[in-house]
Design a protein. Structure first.
Length: 80
């Protein structure tokens, strides 16, 4: 979801808890901060990522080192 107008708090850093919700095979895994998936300049982006390539039982540390997450980051920043 891309809002029509940027939110007023877009650059003040308070919205860091908001961002991308990560699902694996339609099961909620975590509320990932936007920095994990998109650069800071696109912190206003909110959305859902559902992946079949990640494990259901995944830790935060393992999530950061996974190739699938790197591919998701790349796809989110490049667009279609």
């Amino acid at each position: 979801f891309l809002p029509r107008r940027p939110p007023l708090d877009m650059l003040d850093g308070r919205g860091k808890g908001k961002g991308i919700k990560l699902y694996v095979r339609r099961v909620f895994i975590c509320d990932a901060s936007a920095e994990e998936f998109v650069p800071e300049w696109a912190s206003f982006v909110r959305g859902v990522v559902d992946s079949d390539e990640l494990e259901l039982n995944i830790s935060r540390e393992h999530l950061q080192r996974t190739r699938a997450v790197a591919a998701i980051r790349k796809q989110l920043t490049q667009g279609q």
